[in-house]
Structures are given as structure tokens and as C-alpha cells.
Design a protein around this ligand. Structure first.
Ligand SMILES: Cc1cc2nc3c(=O)[nH]c(=O)nc-3n(C[C@H](O)[C@H](O)[C@H](O)COP(=O)(O)OP(=O)(O)OC[C@H]3O[C@@H](n4cnc5c(N)ncnc54)[C@H](O)[C@@H]3O)c2cc1C
Length: 421
């Protein structure tokens, strides 16, 4: 069995399959260090408070796992504070809270006037707010630690990880069986990438991952990997693979940026302690949480065009998108400064929910990808359910049927997740 992509999703799935006793699993990735993998470039937010049951359930399972292994995974249960300035949106949040609390999430509603006494960081323009939700069981996790932990569990059960192998092509063949004529993936065509000079390495990887071509000087050797079963866990690159087997993915890669922000201790308003703060989401969708000596702040620019773009807008991003939003509700951030930042890719679907399940028309192809801004916090739940499907033919623990790719043929079946950031 070959799992394509050694990001957090592919690695979690390999571990889950191996833990069920599945043998002979190989994970193939161009770069297991993940320099451009979303799994290494994200914000480390972990919440189960979503508006769609399948997203709630998969994240709830994952957060339980994070809680159980909190020391290894750097999980800090510090909650999410979500601010609202729109009556209609807040009314939906109140309505969805019933669903969330039936799943045991313990989400609380806050009046604007109650916010500063509980969260002194929010002390400005309270009259613009209509309310907030506080979900104390959510929190923050170290995403790199999560991926490494899944990998250790997988390797301990014999999973092989192949690094610097780029999947260029796919050989398919027709098979006929009880379900009629199907196709199967017979083999993958893999190009082994030469180790670049140290300073040049990321340039080569970036070129391959943004153009999907391997420069002649980077090629080392080509190989055919025969496969019994293939799982596409290529994240934002999944559509490239799908196109190679003749199917169209509706998801698109979209750049998302994160800034690290410096805050002077003497600028903090009375009563504010950043150390114990969890994630705060402001009404515009800006999110922030403390990250070591800094504040990590992200904002998804709505008009960002799709593309494999890893450029970071630097000071412009901070000045135009981050600082004005940070300072709008928090006087402590009036004089904060830009430190550095980065960009990574969201794999965005039209309904903002991921794609998981068997790929129709194929006898041996499965997929789990396009988890927008949710892949880390969904990783354990998705991997457990997918491993059961692959191993036993049906989902266990959580039913991922709503995430089948076929749903996009009928907008009534879309899993519209509106609580995304
Ligand atoms: C700025 C930002 C903030 C985010 N914040 C959060 C957050 O707070 N919480 C959260 O849960 N999620 C967050 N996310 C989303 C989360 O990071 C992703 O959903 C998740 O990492 C996806 O994991 P993956 O394994 O599917 O993909 P990836 O981690 O991208 O892994 C895909 C792998 O495929 C490999 N690959 C691609 N093409 C090929 C090929 N042809 N051959 C071989 N290998 C190939 C790549 O090298 C890569 O390692 C954020 C994402 C970004 C960008």
C-alpha cells in the first residue's frame, strides 16, 4: 500500500493503518522535512467548535487524542475566544452552540460587557461587538510535534517513509469485477531528487512543488513502484495527482500568511498576561495567540487568488492586514511591531470541508485531502475513520460519508463550513 504525501494527514493515516495491523505500507514524499508542506506552516490552532457535525466529530476525536498525549504534542487547553460584530452571524453561533454542546464541547456565550473582565486583552470598541463564544476545551498544539509523533508510531510498526521521491506519473489499467469495469492504479512513476547544495535545496524543492516539473539537473533516477492500493494525501497538491488519473478535484491551493508580532511587556493593558491566552478570533477573521516570545497572528485575505504561491508580503501584510485588526479591539497591541512571517497553502474546497473516502471508478484508490485550515486538528479523527474504511470496508468511529467527493455534484449535499478562518 502506498500513501502519497507525508504531511500530517498521510502520516497519521499510515500510523492508523499500521495500528490496525495492515502491513507493507510505504509513504512517499518529495520532502519529508516538509519545508513547503502545510503541516509545517500552520498556526497550531486546535478546536472542535465547528458548525458541521462531521467536522466537529473528527476534530473532537483528534482533540481527545491531543489531550491524552499533551506532553508529546505540546497541547495546551487554553480555549478559543471568538468575537462577533454581526447580529445574524452571532445568532447562527448561538444556534450551532446546541450542536456543539451536545458533542460535549462546553461552549459558553458572552455578552460584550462581560468580555473585558474575563479577557482583559479585549478592551477596545466593545460597543461594536454583539457577543462572543468561549470554548474552553479547545486550544493550541505544536503541529510539527504532532506529525513527528504520528511518524514515530508508524515507523515503530514497520511503515517505510521514502524521502525525496516525487510522483511524476501514474499507470492505470482496466479491471473487471463484481462492480463492473473499473480502473486500478498499477504503478507510480517516481523521480528521485538529487540532494541540492545546502543553500540551494529549498529552491529546488520550491521549483518542483510550484511548477510540478523536475529540473534535469535535479533528477537522480526514475523508478516504477507497483502498488496494490494508493491513498492520495497530497494536501494542496492533490488535484495534480487526481488530474494524472483523469479526475477533476474541485479544491484549489490558496496562499495564507502568518506574521510573528513583537509586543512590549510595558504596553500590555492592566491585567493582561499573554502567556496563558489561547486563540482569539476577531470579527474580521484575524486570529492570534501567543507563540513563545511573540504573538502569532494570521489573516486570510478574502480575494487571494488560487495558486502555488509561497511568497510572504512582509511589512505590507503586517501594516495593512494584521496591525489595524490587532489594535482595533486590543489597546495592548497599539505599538506592536512586525518580526517576520511566512506563507503556506490552504487546500480550499467550495464548501470549506475536506474530501475523504474511496475514489469512485477505481478499485484501489482512496483519498484524504483538502482540509482547508483544519488538517492538523482533524488528522487523528480522519485517519482512524479512513484506516477502518481501507482495512475493513466501512468507516468506524466517525462516518466520513458526507466528505465524499461526489457531494460537489449536488449543492444540497455540500458540507458548508462557515466557521472557517
Ligand atoms: C497559514 C496556515 C495556517 C493554518 N492553520 C491551521 C491551524 O491552526 N490548525 C489546523 O488544524 N490546520 C491549519 N492549517 C491547515 C493545515 O496545515 C493543513 O490542513 C494540513 O497541514 C494539511 O496536511 P496534509 O498532510 O493534507 O498536506 P501537507 O502537509 O501539505 O502535505 C502534503 C505533502 O505532499 C508532498 N507532495 C506534494 N506533491 C508531491 C508529489 N507529486 N510527490 C511526492 N510528494 C508530494 C509535499 O511535499 C507535502 O509534504 C493551516 C494552514 C496554513 C497554510
Amino acid at each position: 500500500m502506498v500513501v502519497l504525501g507525508g504531511g500530517v494527514v498521510g502520516t497519521a493515516l499510515a500510523a492508523a493503518l499500521a495500528e490496525r495491523g495492515v502491513r507493507d505500507i510505504t509513504v512517499v514524499d518529495l520532502d519529508l522535512a516538509g519545508i513547503y508542506a502545510s503541516s509545517e506552516l500552520n498556526a497550531g490552532g486546535a478546536r472542535a467548535t465547528w458548525w458541521q457535525p462531521v467536522n466537529i466529530e473528527t476534530c473532537r476525536l483528534t482533540l481527545d487524542f491531543f489531550r491524552e498525549h499533551r506532553a508529546e504534542l505540546g497541547f495546551r487547553q487554553r480555549g478559543y475566544l471568538w468575537l462577533y460584530d454581526d447580529e445574524q452571524l452571532f445568532a447562527r453561533a448561538i444556534q450551532k452552540r446546541e450542536l456543539q454542546n451536545r458533542a460535549g464541547l462546553g461552549v459558553e456565550l458572552l455578552e460584550p460587557s462581560a468580555i473585558p473582565s474575563l479577557f482583559p486583552i479585549v478592551d477596545r470598541s466593545l460597543e461594536e461587538l454583539v457577543g462572543a463564544t468561549w470554548s474552553p476545551r479547545d486550544g493550541l498544539v505544536n503541529p510539527n510535534a504532532v506529525r513527528s509523533y504520528y511518524r514515530r508510531r508508524a515507523e515503530a510498526r514497520g511503515v517505510r517513509f521514502r524521502n525525496r521521491d516525487f510522483v511524476m506519473g501514474v499507470r492505470t489499467e482496466r479491471v473487471s469485477g463484481a462492480a463492473g469495469s473499473l480502473r486500478r492504479i498499477a504503478a507510480l512513476e517516481v523521480v528521485r531528487i538529487r540532494h541540492g547544495r545546502p543553500g540551494d535545496e529549498s529552491g529546488v524543492l520550491r521549483e518542483i512543488l510550484t511548477t510540478h516539473r523536475v529540473p534535469a539537473e535535479a533528477r537522480e533516477e526514475e523508478e516504477r513502484i507497483d502498488c496494490e492500493l494508493v491513498v492520495n494525501c497530497l494536501g494542496a497538491w492533490s488535484p495534480i495527482f487526481s488530474a494524472k488519473v483523469g479526475i477533476h478535484d474541485v479544491s484549489e491551493p490558496v496562499r495564507r500568511q502568518i506574521a510573528l508580532v513583537g509586543v512590549h511587556r510595558e504596553d500590555l493593558a492592566p491585567g493582561v498576561e499573554l502567556e496563558n491566552l489561547g486563540m482569539v478570533v476577531d470579527p474580521s477573521g484575524l486570529y492570534f495567540h501567543p507563540d513563545g516570545a511573540y504573538l502569532l497572528a494570521g489573516y486570510s485575505i478574502p480575494e487571494e487568488p488560487p495558486g502555488f504561491d509561497f511568497s510572504y508580503d512582509g511589512e505590507d501584510f503586517f501594516q495593512n492586514e494584521i496591525w489595524p485588526r490587532l489594535a482595533a479591539h486590543c489597546s495592548s497591541f497599539e505599538r506592536c511591531g512586525h518580526v517576520r512571517g511566512w506563507a503556506g497553502l490552504y487546500a480550499v474546497t467550495p464548501d470549506r470541508s475536506g474530501i475523504a473516502g474511496p475514489v469512485a471508478g477505481f478499485s484501489n484508490l482512496f483519498e484524504a485531502h483538502s482540509f482547508t485550515g483544519r488538517g492538523v486538528m482533524q488528522s487523528y479523527g480522519i485517519s482512524r475513520a479512513m484506516a477502518a474504511l481501507i482495512d475493513s470496508g466501512r468507516f468506524e468511529e466517525v462516518d466520513l460519508a458526507p466528505l465524499a467527493r461526489e457531494r460537489f455534484e449536488d449543492p444540497a449535499r455540500w458540507v458548508r463550513e462557515d466557521l472557517h478562518i
